[in-house]
Design a protein around this ligand. Structure first.
Ligand code: UDX
Length: 439
């Protein structure tokens, strides 16, 4: 069986190594020569837990190339190109259309085109027409979480396949040669039509974003009435109808998916002449959540941060990734700099710190013309000279740090925990002033 995977970035590379690992020979096609060269020498072009080892193990099954024509005569072509957001919150389909136009010149036979990119309703239909209504097109959205992406590929909660109405029987056997892998693993395979599969992806992300926002709103009331949001959440988790995931009240969701997909779904509602108040509110509350949290800092210091040195732990949007996209830490750091504070940062992920360093080049303050940020080498290093700590990352390694020493070093002995990760009793026993989201 000949399989090609076209794209750039995250899903493309993980999809490629997963297929190679389960035994297929893959044409992995990307437009950029430098990326392809890097991958040919076994170096991943993205940061993901376990990827380097898996790439090196499976390389013999992968032909990395920039030549899209090599996808001709494939049984299946997976399309994994990026779908960013345009200025009006609409999903930008430029790369999808570009890939379709390139494929149009290339396809010879009955190649099945499988769209893995997150795309709004009607995109699969658009691709079908663009390709001359000859090649079967299948929607197959991915639900990968960064850092767990490889695990998510091998043990997904479900596989969704969306077909053109009435066309399923022509392609399902070929697709099942790939998805046969899940047959003894209790992974449900949901077969539906194009637009349903397209909507499932957005609905899943929007629901999770709504769950997070719900608990963030409850946390605001908890603050006001001195209830403890962590206990509220725990009690909700115990209700199996509610479930124990995505109910952590923190500083708002970030990353490359939730913010973008929520906005895109709002736009899709509007396009159909429908309004959607819940999701609009989710988006607004998520944006204001970080400022809501920062109010605790401003109130505590009477808005006087000038001259303070603040230690911010975490720059990535979630632990052990190098991804700063929509990271709330960046919003916080920007607010602190504007208040003329000095900021010391640390993240356990060295690549995240590298990316953060590049990001700071754009932050040089006009008047003083310097960047009031120091990047630390270790967690404890940051405590030296710092007045207080703001925690922006739910990285459990923090719990193993020496808080006795931190208590000695921190001038104000004050912690603002944006991820409710520390134990309030432990912190109080060490005489910290400890504030968190939700009390
Ligand atoms: C998400 C979806 O989980 C995945 O299925 C989809 O395909 C892509 O988007 P990802 O962006 O990698 O994955 O991160 P995820 O672990 O879902 O977290 C997203 C954001 O929500 C993070 O900023 C995280 O800190 C935040 N979050 C998560 C909360 O604020 N509270 C929670 O309880 C859980």
């Amino acid at each position: 069986m000949k399989i090609s995977v076209i794209g750039t970035g995250y899903v493309w590379l993980i999809q490629t190594v997963w297929l190679a690992k389960i035994g297929f020979s893959i044409q992995a096609i990307d437009l950029f020569e430098d990326k392809i060269e890097k991958l040919k020498s076994g170096i991943p072009t993205i940061y993901e837990n376990g990827l380097e080892a898996l790439l090196q193990e499976t390389m013999r099954n992968i032909h990395f190339t920039t030549d899209i024509a090599s996808s001709a005569w494939s049984d299946i072509i997976f399309l994994c190109v990026g779908t960013p957001q345009d200025e009006e919150w609409k999903t930008d389909l430029t790369y999808i259309k570009q890939a379709g136009n390139d494929l149009k010149k290339t396809l010879i036979g009955n190649e099945i085109i499988v769209i893995k990119s997150t795309v709004p309703a009607s995109t699969n239909a658009m691709m079908y027409e663009l390709l001359g209504s000859k090649n079967p097109v299948v929607s197959n959205p991915e639900f990968l979480r960064e850092w767990l992406a490889i695990e998510d590929f091998f043990t997904p909660d479900r596989v969704v396949l969306g077909f053109k109405d009435g066309e399923k029987h022509e392609v399902i056997d070929t697709l099942m040669e790939v998805y046969w892998y899940f047959s003894d693993k209790w992974v449900p395979i949901l077969q539906t039509n194009w637009q349903t599969a397209e909507l499932i992806k957005y609905a899943a992300n929007a629901f999770l974003a709504t769950k997070i926002t719900f608990i963030n709103e409850i946390a605001r009331l908890s603050d006001s009435i001195w209830a403890d949001i962590n206990d509220v959440a725990k009690a909700l988790w115990m209700d199996h109808r509610i479930g124990n995931k995505f109910l952590n009240a923190w500083i708002g969701y970030g990353g490359s998916c939730f913010p973008k997909d929520v906005k895109s779904l709002i736009h899709q509602f509007h396009e159909q002449g429908l309004g959607w108040d819940i999701l609009t509110k989710v988006d607004e509350t998520n944006t204001s959540q970080v400022d809501y949290f920062m109010k605790k800092v401003w109130n505590h210091y009477w808005t006087q941060l000038n001259g303070k040195t603040i230690w911010v732990f975490g720059v990535a949007f979630k632990p052990d990734t190098d991804d700063l996209r929509e990271s709330k830490a960046l919003v916080i750091i920007n607010r602190l700099i504007k208040a003329w504070a000095m900021v010391q940062v640390f993240d356990y992920n060295a690549k995240a710190l590298e990316n953060f360093e590049k990001y700071t080049y754009g932050l040089a303050t006009g008047i003083r013309n310097f960047i009031p940020i120091v990047i630390s080498k270790t967690f404890l290093d940051m405590t030296k000279n710092a007045d207080f700590l703001i925690l922006t990352l739910e990285d459990k390694r923090v719990l193993d740090e020496d808080f006795d020493m931190i208590a000695n070093n921190l001038k104000d002995k004050t912690i603002f925990d944006g991820k409710n990760i520390l134990h309030k009793d432990v912190m109080k026993n060490l005489w910290f002033e400890y504030m968190w989201v939700g009390c």
